[in-house]
Design a protein around this ligand. Structure first.
Ligand code: 5GP
Ligand code: ZN
Length: 114
């Protein structure tokens, strides 16, 4: 989708600080970090929200989670701990409608979120 911000990042049309990438997923630093470490992991393929994910996306969603764990290791926060979370739709606080896993670490994170 040419009008989707994260599709454009995945296509290399908009720059991002890439942490890892392969043929199906990509991880990069969040532009407005909410923690000392804050990365986003996206599928290259456009899926607007978690609610739009379908049975065919099962393996891709698994890859997204495993890539999130790898990102936390690369950022050095795996051992102390981190949060991997996906916001869905308006009440979930989603602002970019191309699914992305937030990986947040580097400080103690409170629960429940606001
Ligand atoms: P959401 O609110 O949809 O769960 O998360 C969207 C995230 O994307 C936010 O944390 C926001 O800071 C980040 N973001 C928005 N625009 C850009 C951008 O152009 N580049 C990067 N790297 N992150 C962005
Ligand atoms: Zn997209």
């Amino acid at each position: 989708m040419t009008d989707c911000l994260f599709c454009r990042i995945a296509a290399g049309e908009i720059p991002a600080e890439v942490i890892l990438e392969n043929e199906s997923v990509m991880a990069f630093h969040d532009l407005n970090p909410a923690a000392p470490q804050h990365a986003l992991v996206i599928p290259r393929r456009h899926i607007a929200t978690l609610d739009d994910a379908a049975e065919d996306d099962r393996a891709l969603l698994g890859e997204l989670m495993l890539a999130g764990a790898e990102v936390a290791r690369l950022l050095g926060c795996a051992e102390k701990g981190y949060r991997a979370v996906m916001n869905c739709n308006q009440d979930g606080g989603q602002s970019v409608y191309h699914i992305h896993l937030h990986v947040l670490g580097g400080r103690s994170l409170s629960w429940p979120p606001g």
